[in-house]
Design a protein around this ligand. Structure first.
Ligand code: ADP
Ligand code: ADP
Length: 228
């Protein structure tokens, strides 16, 4: 589903953030990228989402390189959740969730129905939350909105870059469980970045360990546990 071949990324200032990354991420799985700060996890996510371009090598989504994808199709294909949520503070929750469907020019009635469906999915009543602003939500609620916003246009792939890092341990475990449930129900391909091994082991089908811009290990959680 997502294939990286010989990928190097050198930033404009000459810093080499990824060197010769070869990685295949399976459809319908939760793959967790883990490693210390600065090892290239976010760079990998941005390359998959084509927010940045590789210096060398190819990233293929369903066999087609990201350069060949029409940007609007890629946006529909991939949902993206970032660390500090990135909700637009001046927009209501409904408007935030509707960003990508609006971009894709969905009909208004379809967008409205989708907002309600997604809010219900994460246990946040539309009547209560639709017209609130992000600052009127708890951290955990904001994170839920970040997740459903990324899912709004029903993407096949969801990239999550440390989505739960700002949460207290209890909200965090709740959201991890919700994510596992959503993935089992909806069969999405999820790429999840964390630097927390407990979180990785809890949610991953496959764990990819990165260090200094390279992949150093890849396996099922139980294999990683046996060979730390
Ligand atoms: P991680 O997500 O694993 O913490 P990143 O992929 O964000 O790591 O960053 C990898 C390395 O690339 C870091 O050393 C970071 O400082 C550097 N880096 C990230 N973005 C840029 C940029 N735009 N320009 C220069 N260096 C960058
Ligand atoms: P920028 O103005 O920095 O270019 P973007 O237009 O890429 O920002 O993204 C705007 C917001 O939409 C970001 O906060 C990001 O979290 C979110 N976003 C970006 N790409 C996607 C995507 N494929 N699906 C859902 N949300 C996205």
């Amino acid at each position: 589903m997502i294939q990286m071949t010989g990928v190097n990324k050198v930033y404009d200032d000459g810093f080499k953030a990824l060197s010769d990354v070869n990685l295949e991420l399976k459809k319908g799985e939760i793959t967790v990228l883990i490693g210390p700060s600065g090892c290239g996890k976010s760079t990998t996510m941005k390359l998959i989402n084509r927010l940045i371009e590789p210096t060398d090598g190819t990233i293929r989504i369903e066999g087609r390189s990201t350069q060949e994808w029409n940007p609007v199709d890629l946006r529909r294909k991939i949902g993206y959740v970032i660390q500090n949520i990135g909700l637009f503070p001046h927009m209501t929750i409904a408007k935030n969730v509707a960003v990508v469907p609006s971009l894709l020019k969905w009909e208004k009635s379809r967008i409205e129905a989708r907002i309600d469906e997604l809010l219900n999915l994460v246990g946040m009543s539309p009547d209560v939350f639709r017209n609130r602003y992000p600052s009127e939500l708890s951290g955990g609620q904001q994170q839920r909105i970040g997740v459903i916003r990324a899912m709004a246009a029903d993407p096949d792939i969801i990239l999550m870059d440390e989505p739960f890092s700002a949460l207290d341990p209890i909200s965090r475990e709740q959201l991890q469980d919700e994510l596992i449930r959503l993935q089992q129900e909806l069969k999405k391909t999820i790429v999840f970045v964390t630097h927390d091994m407990d979180e990785a082991i809890r949610i991953a089908d496959t764990i990819v360990i990165m260090k200094d811009g390279s992949v150093v290990q890849k396996g099922k959680p139980e294999q990683i546990l046996r060979h730390p």
